[in-house]
Design a protein around this ligand. Structure first.
Ligand SMILES: [Cu+2]
Length: 466
């Protein structure tokens, strides 16, 4: 029961404060308040180019200029006045779905914000725990894949025991046309994202974010708490620190703990809080134990722990002698049965449209106001489908950016190039698009598309491209 005195105090208004937000790998200081407050959070969306790996640039979409976005710390029972600001130089509208919010969409519909605008909504933090937040603007997967996620920690009324250090680490998978390591600015690949075939899997938005000088640090004897998240969009993480055992894991970011854990699973769109004591010195490697990701895709971070070393806990190498084993046993690999021949697949224009275009232009070609122009009854499309047919081929194969007017409405967005379409698929797709939802144009044949593709103007390949 809430006492009359307390409800009067609530009506009189909660004390107000502004949330402290931090960039990864830092975490705002513990909240020492013991009563609820009205907390103002201001988060700015920034689209910017940053390093995904050594020499590899990527156009990230961020909450606050970093991947993951700024760490938000509030207290169970707080009322949060949430402001989402979309920088005027940005190209796309964005919003935010905070998993800590009770209410439809986690705030998404209330925060849909065009570039150069800001939105506000208010929620009460009913449940304590560690929660992912992410953008949920269509195409949702693409916004998340470009780095639009972070963590919000709702500190329980009874806070977790004090530790010496707290850090913020979030895994994410990234999708580029080229494989890992290709230098230069790498565009997003919707195809690879849909196939769940990332070229990069990294912590804190870059293969470089937690290595060398940027490693997180500690000293022997200290206790450490990692707030771990997984933005996905696709993979789950087998989170592990080589040479450490988590003394405690608040698995899935909830209230229950498990002890003495080697590897904890962090779901896409989920979290975990892990704690350990630093018993001896050295460099501890943070990995996703789906280990090819670590050695071939970038999911490698470091924690550097300064001495003194504790030889009773870990001796270092004590012996190195010659060893002559038994005779070697020859092994041979036998070939498995030949895979069954696949039946030829009949191409389906609608299926191609759904996997290549619908995430932006929507299922019925209706588009998204302010973001993606319609294809259904588009006057622009009607004109090019009938006459300048090469332009349509070019838009799909190379993408399009800059101002465009469709049915009297101006758009200024980014259409990314659509990969993986051979001449036959492209012909089927374009025939579908220009003859559905009331559109009407002569069909595209494979031969025509082949000629149009061959006749596309040369593009100067970016330095380092192939
Ligand atoms: Cu977004």
């Amino acid at each position: 029961m809430i006492s009359v005195a307390l409800s009067l105090a609530l009506m009189a208004g909660l004390p107000e404060e502004k949330a402290v937000l931090t960039d990864p790998p830092n975490v705002p200081p513990p909240i020492t308040r013991t009563t609820p407050a009205r907390v103002k959070v201001e988060l700015e969306v920034v689209e910017k180019v940053m390093q995904l790996a050594d020499g590899v640039d990527y156009t990230f979409w961020t909450f606050g200029g970093t991947v993951p976005g700024k760490f938000i710390r509030i207290r169970e029972g707080d009322t949060v006045e949430f402001w989402l600001e979309n920088h005027p130089n940005n190209k796309l509208p964005h919003n935010i779905d905070l998993h800590a919010v009770t209410g439809p969409g986690g705030g998404a519909a209330s925060t849909f914000t065009a570039p150069g605008h800001k939105s506000r909504f208010t929620f009460q933090a009913l449940n304590p725990g560690l929660y992912i937040y992410h953008c949920a603007t269509a195409p949702v997967g693409m916004h998340i894949a470009n780095g639009m996620y972070g963590l919000i920690y709702v500190q329980p009324k009874k806070p977790l025991p004090k530790v010496d250090r707290e850090y913020y680490v979030v895994q994410g998978d990234f999708y580029t046309d080229a494989d890992f390591g290709q230098k230069g600015l790498q565009p997003f690949s919707m195809k690879r994202a849909i196939d769940e075939r990332p070229s990069y899997v990294v912590f804190n938005g870059s293969a470089l974010s937690l290595v060398g000088d940027k490693a997180i640090k500690g000293k022997v004897g200290e206790t450490v708490r990692l707030f771990v998240g997984n933005g996905g969009p696709n993979l789950v993480s087998s989170f592990h620190v080589i040479g450490e055992i988590f003394d405690r894991v608040y698995f899935e970011g909830g209230a229950r703990t498990q002890e003495h854990v080697q590897t904890t699973l962090v779901p896409a769109g989920g979290s975990a809080i892990v704690e350990f004591k630093l018993d001896t010195d050295g460099t501890y490697i943070i990995v996703d134990h789906s280990i090819f990701r670590t050695f071939n895709k970038g999911s490698l971070g470091m924690m550097k722990v300064e001495g003194p070393s504790n030889k009773a806990v870990y001796s270092g190498k004590e012996v190195d002698e010659v060893y002559l084993g038994d005779e070697s046993v020859a092994t041979s690999l036998t070939a498995g049965p030949a895979p069954a021949a696949k039946a030829p697949v009949k191409l389906d224009g609608k299926a191609l449209y759904m996997t290549s275009c619908a995430m932006c232009h929507q299922g019925e070609g209706q588009g998204v106001p302010g973001a993606f122009p319609p294809l259904a009854k588009s006057d622009y499309l009607a004109n090019i489908a009938n006459s300048k047919r090469q332009e349509l081929v070019e838009i799909v194969l190379r993408g399009r950016t800059g101002k465009i007017t469709v049915n009297g409405v101006e758009y200024n967005g980014v259409m990314t190039a659509v990969a993986g379409l051979d001449d036959e698929k492209l012909a089927t797709l374009l025939t579908y698009v220009s003859n559905t939802w009331g559109n009407k144009a002569p069909a595209f044949t494979t031969d025509e598309v082949k000629k149009l593709r061959a006749a596309l103007p040369e593009v100067v390949a970016p330095a380092g491209g192939h």
